[in-house]
Design a protein around this ligand. Structure first.
Ligand code: FAD
Length: 228
C-alpha cells in the first residue's frame, strides 16, 4: 500500500510561494518557498517543479527537496552557470510572493531502516543528503552509523554549516573518494547500505566500483541527476 501511496503522490500538485534565494557558492543557488500545511515528503525525495510566471520551453524539471518538512520551507538547490537554461533563468527572476508549482513528492531515495549507511555525493548530488542528514539529526538516530563522502572541486562544497555535527569527509580527488569507499566496504561489507547521488557517469562509475567490492545491487540506492 505504501508503494501505491508513493506512486499516486505524483498527482499531488502544490503552488509554492517564493520567499528568497541564497547564493551557496560561485554558481550554486538555493531557492526557498513557503511550505503549505498539507504538503509533506520523505527526506531524499524530489518534486517536479514547473515555472508558471512566464511561458518557456521545458518548463518542468525534477529537483530534489533539500529541506525537511519541519523546517517549514521547500528548499531546492541548483547549479546555474554563465549561460543558464530558460528554466534556471526563470528561477533567478523570481521575486518574493511569486509562485512555482510542484508535483509530487516522488522517488524512493529515502532511508528505509537504520543500518550502517554510507552516503556518497558528487557535486550538486549533495542536495538529497542535506535532507537525509537533517532527518537523522532530528530523529537523533545514532549518527556513528552514518557517514557522508562529499566529492566536489575545491571551494565548491556547500551546506558546510548544515553538516557541522555530522561525520563528513570533504573530498576533491577521485583517488581519495575510492580509497574511502574501500575502507567503508571493508568494515561493513554487505551489511551496510549505500546511497549515491550525482551526475549519471559518476553514479554509474561508483556503482560499478561498489559491485566490484562485492556489494550487492540490493544495498545500493542510486539517485541519477539526469540533465547533468
Ligand atoms: C531525481 C532527480 C533529482 C534532481 N535533483 C536536482 C537538484 O537537486 N538540483 C539540480 O540542480 N538538479 C537536479 N536534477 C537535475 C535537473 O532536473 C536538471 O536536469 C539539471 O539541473 C539541468 O538543468 P538545466 O535547466 O540546466 O538543463 P538543460 O536545459 O539541459 O540545460 C543544460 C545546459 O544547456 C545550456 N542551455 C540550455 N538551454 C539554454 C538556453 N535557452 N540558452 C542558453 N543556454 C542554454 C545551459 O548551459 C544549460 O546549463 C535532478 C534530476 C533528477 C532526475
Amino acid at each position: 500500500m505504501s508503494f501505491l501511496k508513493d506512486a499516486l503522490s505524483i498527482f499531488k500538485k502544490s503552488e509554492l510561494v517564493f520567499i528568497e534565494k541564497i547564493k551557496e557558492s560561485e554558481d550554486v543557488y538555493s531557492f526557498l518557498f513557503k511550505k503549505d500545511d498539507d504538503l509533506t515528503w520523505k527526506p531524499g525525495q524530489h518534486g517536479l517543479f514547473t515555472i508558471t510566471h512566464k511561458k518557456i520551453k521545458n518548463n518542468t524539471k525534477p529537483m530534489t527537496v533539500a529541506s525537511i518538512p519541519s523546517e517549514n520551507v521547500v528548499k531546492i538547490t541548483t547549479k546555474i552557470g554563465d549561460t543558464p537554461s530558460d528554466f534556471k533563468s526563470a528561477l533567478l527572476e523570481l521575486e518574493a510572493g511569486m509562485k512555482v508549482s510542484m508535483s509530487g513528492p516522488v522517488g524512493s531515495f529515502y532511508l528505509k531502516d537504520e543500518s550502517p549507511t554510507l552516503f556518497i555525493a558528487t557535486g550538486i548530488g549533495i542536495t538529497p543528503f542535506r535532507a537525509l542528514i537533517k532527518q537523522i539529526e532530528e530523529k537523533q538516530t545514532t549518527s556513528n552509523q552514518f557517514k557522508l563522502l562529499y566529492f566536489a572541486s575545491q571551494n565548491e562544497h556547500i551546506y558546510k554549516e548544515d553538516f557541522k555535527n555530522f561525520d563528513v569527509d570533504y573530498i576533491t580527488t577521485n583517488e581519495q573518494l575510492l580509497q574511502e569507499i574501500d575502507e567503508y566496504t571493508e568494515k561493513h561489507k554487505d551489511t551496510g547500505q549505500y546511497f549515491i547521488a550525482g551526475a549519471k557517469a559518476e553514479v554509474h562509475m561508483l556503482t560499478e566500483h561498489l559491485k566490484s567490492k562485492h556489494i550487492s545491487k540490493r544495498a545500493i540506492n542510486k539517485n541519477v541527476f539526469m540533465g547533468y
